[in-house]
Design a protein around this ligand. Structure first.
Ligand SMILES: Nc1ncnc2c1ncn2[C@@H]1O[C@H](COP(=O)(O)OP(=O)(O)OP(=O)(O)O)[C@@H](O)[C@H]1O
Length: 289
């Protein structure tokens, strides 16, 4: 899949136009059970019930996008999928999140192991202040992974579409890389511990358009092996890369409290061409958000 036909969606720029992207032409077998099933999910920060009543399923080896206006809870929901909210003081998850049918929040579940299997890439590239090689090798080392470390590093960098650019300078500090390269290094670091799922929280928002297209192409390649869930502000990006899209919005309850909720979740082509809810249509058309 080349950059040109993966990422150029001539109709994507038109609000409300049906995306005609490779992502939607992709024919994957419906491979059985969902990876995640989220039901009646609410997330509370202190006394603020920030996100309410979310239900959604994430299919394997698909790219699922979460879109919606600022503050509607996309990142909060994403973080429940690998228990990153556990790290936020005062955050509480209510409802049910299963991973391959098992309760992700059961007391016997080890959150460290959860985060190995369900990796995360953040908005700002955050390599460690170490060499390129050591950034990738870090996870396998602390996880006690056996095998030839040079091979693990090469394979991870290759899968992250970075190997050719860095193979002659593996000992250089990661901070010497461009922003886009640093983000691909962070993806390589995530891949190196052999996850099943990659969560991406606005992975391109700090990148220029060329670096963004590279990451989008990379996501497409990675989806043949990994399940990807991406939060993005960029509707065109969701239209270009994702198979399914969840649209969230912020609502206000009777007491005047603002909360995020899931409005609609469907095939990306449907969300962008025939959304069922007027709020989705208004957002896609750029009327708010
Ligand atoms: N660490 C936190 N502590 C307290 N409240 C939080 C925290 N993180 C998020 N919130 C609140 O949860 C709500 C949803 O925020 P969240 O960042 O998930 O939304 P978002 O849709 O991802 O927003 P954006 O697109 O601006 O990143 C907001 O009201 C926010 O203030």
């Amino acid at each position: 899949m080349s950059a040109s036909n993966t990422t150029v969606n001539p109709r994507g720029a038109e609000p409300g136009a049906a995306p005609e992207t490779a992502a939607h032409e992709r024919r994957r077998p419906e491979s059985g059970d969902p990876v995640f099933e989220v039901s009646d999910l609410s997330i509370v920060y202190g006394t603020n019930r920030a996100v309410r009543d979310v239900d959604l399923k994430v299919d394997p080896q698909r790219i699922t996008a979460m879109i919606g206006p600022s503050g509607c809870g996309k990142s909060t929901v994403l973080r429940t999928l690998n228990r990153m909210n556990d790290l936020i003081p005062g955050a509480r998850v209510e409802g049910r999140v299963t991973y391959h049918g098992e309760d992700l929040y059961a007391p016997e579940v080890d959150p460290i192991e959860v985060r190995r299997r369900i990796g995360m890439v953040f908005q700002k590239p955050n390599p460690f202040p170490k060499s390129i090689y050591d950034n990738v090798a870090y996870g396998p080392r602390i996880n006690g992974m056996r095998g030839n470390m040079d091979e693990i590093v090469e394979e991870s960098l290759t899968k992250a579409a970075l190997w050719d650019e860095v193979k002659d300078k593996l000992k250089d500090n990661a901070f010497a890389l461009s922003g886009g390269q640093q983000q691909r290094l962070c993806i390589a670091r995530t891949i190196a511990v052999n996850p099943e799922v990659i969560l991406m929280d606005e992975p391109c928002s700090a990148l220029d358009p060329i670096a963004t297209l590279k990451i989008e192409d990379l996501m497409y390649e990675l989806a043949s092996e990994y399940t990807i869930v991406i939060v993005t502000h960029n509707m065109q990006q969701a239209a270009r890369v994702s198979d399914r899209t969840a649209f969230f919005t912020a609502s206000v309850d009777e007491a005047g409290d603002r909360f995020g909720n899931l409005v609609e979740y469907d095939e990306t082509a449907t969300i962008f061409s025939k959304p069922a809810d007027q709020r989705t249509e208004d957002y896609i058309a750029g009327r708010f958000g």
